[in-house]
Design a binder for this molecule. Structure first.
Ligand code: 6CS
Length: 312
């Protein structure tokens, strides 16, 4: 069969590298083919998700920054100052986390999705027109976020004026001044020229960009045991591959920005400067628990334990 696979990024971006590896594995080990639909070809991320849930697509890569609007528990990846940023810890965390590898499966199933992999794309960095070091400095800055509600709560707590919008509106939004900042990992900022639309990039240490690959559950359940194994093996191979290259990509993105845009200001908040943001993150964590309930709270607690384990 020909399987349709949609993602939120281009073929040379992290999601594209994962998808290409997945496709290669499927096609090398079966008679099936995989057709990849990159960013923009099937509408916005939310449109592709509707198509995946309806079974028009067999596979989809959608990030919790969007999925959170559908699955509140997925916003656990968005709670500030929980996710790892150290590359070695990141790899171990995604590979071994009980929360990621065991607890999310049934939750995604409730939305008709068979969760295959979750992987990181790099530390979240904030790009703005003006420098900021404190929540007070962020006052009045219009920061674009992805559409999961917790991101609005995060930037409100951080002192800014957030506006949620799909990816397709961000570049126009920055050009027209509808927004004057945004958050994304360095590799993405570089690839889509977001550094040339802003003046400053700030490492706040508050997050890691995470994404997830899923299959339509009905499609998956209808596969033979051999094909289920094929899909699982291809997912595992693609995950191992992307976990190896993701860390490199993050460094490459930053290095390219420094090289091609030498005047760009790159700030890294100190531990002391991060304190007021961490303090404000407590309200965001409370908002997460409020919406995601007991199950969400249990996932978050498990993530914290997984993180401690990954740091050992
Ligand atoms: O900011 C966004 O909307 C996009 N950021 C990344 C890293 N991937 C896809 C997503 O749509």
């Amino acid at each position: 069969d020909n399987w349709r696979y949609a993602m939120e990024e281009g073929l040379t971006d992290p999601q594209g590298l994962y998808a290409t590896k997945f496709k290669e594995e499927i096609e090398a080990n079966s008679d099936h083919t995989v057709q990849i639909y990159p960013v923009g070809t099937l509408g916005e991320s939310a449109d592709a998700m509707e198509q995946a849930q309806a079974g028009l697509l067999q596979f989809i890569d959608q990030s919790p920054g969007f999925t959170g609007a559908l699955i509140p528990e997925a916003e656990a990846f968005l709670v500030p100052y929980i996710q790892p940023t150290d590359p070695v810890v990141v790899r171990k965390f995604f590979k071994e986390s009980v929360a990621i590898n065991e607890m999310f499966h049934d939750i995604y199933r409730e939305q008709g999705l068979e969760l295959l992999s979750m992987f990181p794309e790099g530390e979240m960095v904030v790009t703005t027109m003006e420098e900021f070091r404190t929540p007070e400095d962020l006052a009045g800055m219009k920061i674009r976020t992805m559409t999961s509600p917790l991101l609005l709560e995060t930037y409100t707590a951080f002192g800014a004026s957030p506006i949620a919008m799909p990816w397709g509106e961000l570049i126009g939004g920055l050009k027209t001044g509808m927004v004057d900042g945004q958050e994304n990992p360095a590799i993405w900022i570089e690839a889509y020229d977001l550094d040339n639309l802003t003046n400053v990039m700030t490492y706040t240490g508050h997050g890691q960009y995470t994404t997830a690959v899923m299959a339509n559950a009905e499609f998956y359940d209808g596969l033979s045991d051999a094909d289920k194994e094929l899909v699982q093996n291809a997912s595992q191979a693609a995950l191992d591959y992307i976990l190896d290259v993701a860390v490199e990509l993050d460094a490459t993105g930053l290095a390219k920005i420094k090289e091609t845009n030498p005047d760009y200001i790159i700030n890294r908040l100190t531990e002391a400067e991060r304190m007021p943001f961490k303090e404000r993150a407590k309200a965001v964590e409370a908002a997460f628990v409020e919406r995601a309930g007991e199950r969400g709270a249990a996932i978050l607690e498990q993530m914290k334990k997984d993180l401690v384990a990954a740091q050992q």
